[in-house]
Design a protein around this ligand. Structure first.
Ligand code: ATP
Ligand code: MG
Length: 570
């Protein structure tokens, strides 16, 4: 969980900008000036219309970490003002994701829909004060009249209705007297404002749609801008943090709150850059498309950038938190390499995961001089990075499974593994020398016959001779057979959907490769759901969270990110 870590303050009392991002710098300045009575309260406000993705993790970590660092609180609030798309399944998945990431909301899950009554009452006040009006025009007309940048807006012919008439119409809208779309409530601000959001934005529309929580109580629903700041105010939020696409809304956020005559300081919105990752799409609409068109097996498919997908893939939440902290908060959007995120996953798994042996593409290795029927138990280290993980005993016999790729029928340049006459070390086991390599009609290796050196138990020989290669293996008699899934990027395009391209056209047909007959050491029969392990030489793999007899490759062993940095810094 998050520890209390107050950002560094330089000696003269000014925030030391090198250690503190602009959002934290603002929070520090506010607490020091006594604004909001020194309180810090944030919130994470998802719209429950899909599963959370890795981008949301940035918003979650930011809001919860800042609250924790300043001894404040952070709510989880469902922004459920749009009745069309919201489902209970999404609310439950959001709550589960938050807990998985390691954050505890301050109190129960909150819902903007619980504030519909108050939000509506404030709308009546606005009308009474002459600051909002009912417009009878349709959506297209209103939109056309907004004008554009450098293009003036046109005032609605209904703009100067009296407050009495507007109040009567608003109440009748609420009572269900008019059909959907017949009228809207608009703020009366300024049709010539440079900021388009201030050109008399729509506050309420008529929609006869059943709402998951409020049922059929309401036929009018508030727009985002007339609900978000109000919800913040009702909850006592101080710092309303959101992403840059809301920058243009800030003036409207402030305007709406100014109209409420709040008896306390109004919350303030601050925007930071969204998280974008290469080879990844983060729009819920597009992710929903992947699910509905059957390109993936649901929202929690390990190829999805959803938190449930990444969890199934084996990402540790600590790695996601560390990544978000590392990239920090900036004022301009940027694109991060997915390899950077993967390097955090690798670092965490290297520290925490048990080492095991597994053979994904097995061929039989027969030791011809092994005493018939004999079995020895060899000691193998569970995690060289963590001595407390101890060792285990692995059975060794005269028939083993090894990777097909670790044997060749004849020597090849720079190939040091098994070929006739060559000696290798078996991990934690003996030295073996290939004597004969059997192949099928296509030249594919089917079996290798070796002799072993009985003096080489544990991987050393009395004469200290060296071999160039160590390979992994699993005793054939003890292996458990499992399906292991390997993954490639879901998209072949580093920026799927950029520059008007159709992201679906860059879907990778080979994003998932099943290895149905993988041979795993017996200890892997006992993994817990979701447990991540390192398959020696192959990468990090996680037992499926629902079916631990299936494994997913989380990330490779090679640090692609380190390589990229080396290449670019040359
Ligand atoms: P999408 O566009 O993917 O559907 P959204 O912005 O509509 O996402 P919301 O449920 O409204 O999703 O978002 C909840 C919070 O998460 C918002 O405060 C939003 O700013 C933040 N958020 C969404 N996407 C990202 C991202 N890629 N990086 C950082 N924060 C994000
Ligand atoms: Mg949204």
């Amino acid at each position: 969980m998050v520890t209390q870590r107050r950002p560094q303050i330089a000696r003269d009392g000014e925030p030391s900008t090198s250690a503190v991002d602009f959002v934290r710098a603002k929070v520090i300045a506010d607490t020091e000036s006594g604004k909001f009575g020194g309180r810090v309260q944030t919130r994470f406000p998802p719209e429950p219309n899909g599963y959370l993705h890795i981008g949301h993790a940035k918003a979650i970590c930011t809001n919860f970490a800042i609250a924790a660092e300043f001894g404040g609180t952070c709510n989880l609030r469902m922004d459920d003002t749009n009745p069309e798309t919201e489902e209970k399944e999404f609310v439950e998945s959001i709550e589960a994701d938050l807990a998985w990431l390691g954050f505890t909301r301050s109190g129960p899950t909150l819902y903007a829909s619980d504030y519909f009554g108050q939000i509506y009452a404030w709308a009546e006040d606005l009308v009474t004060k002459g600051q909002a009006y009912v417009d009878d025009q349709d959506a297209e007309t209103i939109s056309a009249q907004r004008g554009g940048f450098g293009q003036p807006g046109v005032e609605s012919p209904y703009r100067n209705r009296t407050p009495e008439e507007n109040l009567d119409l608003l109440r009748r809208m609420k009572a269900g007297e008019f059909p959907d779309g017949a009228r809207v409530l608009r703020a009366k601000i300024d049709m010539q404002a440079e900021n388009m959001w201030l050109r008399d934005p729509v506050l309420y529309r008529i929609r006869r749609t059943h709402h998951v929580r409020t049922g059929d109580e309401w036929v009018i629903y508030p727009m985002y801008d007339w609900a978000h700041g109000q919800s913040d105010a009702i909850e006592g939020v101080t710092h309303s943090l959101c992403t840059l696409e809301f920058s243009d809304h800030r003036a409207l956020y402030d305007w709406c709150l100014e109209q409420l005559d709040l008896p306390f300081e109004k919350p303030e919105q601050t925007e930071f850059a969204r998280l974008n990752l290469t080879y990844t799409m983060m729009s819920k609409r597009l992710l929903r498309g992947l699910v509905e068109e059957g390109h993936v097996d649901g929202w929690s498919d390990p190829r999805m950038p959803t938190l449930q997908g990444l969890r199934r893939l084996g990402y540790p939440p600590a790695a996601i938190r560390a990544f978000v902290e590392h990239i920090g908060l900036a004022r301009t959007n940027s694109l991060h390499d997915i390899e950077l995120l993967e390097s955090f996953v690798r670092t965490e798994l290297n520290r925490t995961s048990l080492r095991r042996m597994a053979v994904l593409d097995p061929v039989k290795l027969v030791i011809t001089n092994w005493p018939e029927g004999e079995q020895v138990m060899l000691e193998a280290v569970n995690n060289p990075e963590d001595p407390s993980a101890g060792t285990r005993l692995v059975p060794f016999t005269g028939e083993l499974w090894i990777e097909r790729d670790d044997v060749k029928p004849a020597p090849e340049p720079k190939y040091y593994r098994l070929f006739p006459g060559n000696e290798v070390r078996l991990r934690a086991g003996f030295y073996v020398t290939a004597q004969e390599v059997l192949t099928d009609g296509d030249g594919r290796v089917t079996e290798v016959h070796c002799t072993y050196d009985p003096e080489s138990a544990g991987g050393t020989t009395p004469d200290g001779r060296k071999v160039k290669s160590t390979i992994h293996w699993v005793s054939a008699a003890h292996a458990v057979e499992r399906t292991v899934y390997l993954y490639n990027r879901l998209f072949t395009d580093p920026s799927p959907g950029a520059d008007g391209r159709d992201p679906m056209e860059s879907l990778n047909p080979e994003s998932r490769v099943a290895m149905p007959g993988a041979k795993l050491e017996g200890a892997l029969a006992d993994v817990t759901p979701g447990q991540a392990v390192q398959f020696e030489r192959l990468g990090y793999f996680a037992a499926d969270v629902d079916d631990p007899s299936v494994f997913h490759r989380t990330v490779g062993l090679r640090d692609e990110w380190a390589n990229i940095q080396k290449r670019t810094s040359r």
